[in-house]
Design a protein around this ligand. Structure first.
Ligand SMILES: [Zn+2]
Length: 249
């Protein structure tokens, strides 16, 4: 998927508003059916670490971006060297150096290990906090936030890899590195119009819109709404750029 979609999906699934404002008013307005859906959703959510804290929010967004981060570095560096767009994606992208980096940054086992470490750190420190003195409770609280943040980063990155896996034809990644070099070759590409991209692109934009609406309703901050509007507007802008640079679409 496009990087913006990964960010929107991770934010919609993992970042929550404080319970007092969002959940309570939603439950108060709920009809019977809605209450049941709400409870089911809360149950699903209870398996996922969530908090309204800023460190966690940044960690989730960073985790959702991380698998694609090397592509941005590669692209910016290539642009400075004056390499044309088609060469970046047909040659540079497949070079051993960038493929090795993206194998690491798209590895589900690596990010699962990070999420698990964070989750364990969080659980251990919340147990320690109960039986600790004031100063060590503060230290445990910092560790607990770090644990939460690592869990959020790892989960967001796993979500990115899992949603990328079925949408790459010949430009996929070995998502199970270092245990396997297997790369799934999907019949569907999120960008290549020779491989159903014309069918997929409206679906992806619908997913982005849905996540945008969820986040818009969940948070009251004006800055966030501006960021959401930019994120949704970035799709036509990106398509126009790819079209004009002759790469595709
Ligand atoms: Zn990706």
């Amino acid at each position: 998927m496009n990087t913006q979609t990964h960010l929107l999906v991770a934010a919609a699934m993992l970042i929550h508003a404080p319970a007092s404002t969002h959940c309570i008013s939603a439950v108060a307005r709920a009809t019977d059916f809605r209450t049941r859906c709400q409870r089911l959703w809360q149950r699903i959510q209870s398996f996922v670490p969530h908090t309204s804290n800023r460190v966690f929010t940044v960690a989730v967004l960073f985790g959702a971006l991380l698998p694609d981060a090397s592509l941005f570095v590669m692209w910016i560096q290539a642009k400075f060297r004056g390499i044309e767009e088609s060469r970046i994606w047909s040659e540079l992208y497949y070079s051993t150096f960038w493929q090795q980096i993206s194998a690491i940054s798209n590895s589900i086992p690596v990010f699962l290990a990070i999420a698990l470490t964070g989750w364990m750190l969080h659980n251990r420190t919340s147990f320690e906090r109960v039986n600790a003195s004031a100063s060590s409770a503060r230290y445990s609280s910092i560790n607990q936030h770090i644990g939460f943040a690592l869990a959020g980063l790892g989960l967001a990155a796993v979500l990115h890899c899992v949603t990328d896996l079925p949408l790459h034809v010949d430009d996929g990644h070995p998502h199970f590195w270092p245990f396997s070099a297997w790369v799934y070759q999907s019949p569907v590409s999120y960008w290549d119009t020779d491989h159903y991209a014309r069918v997929w692109i409206p679906v992806e934009y619908a997913i982005a819109l849905l996540c945008g609406v969820l986040l818009w309703r969940r948070f009251r901050s004006l800055q966030l709404k501006v960021v959401l509007a930019i994120a949704l507007a970035s799709y036509p802008a990106a398509f126009a750029y790819w079209y004009l640079s002759g790469v595709g679409i």
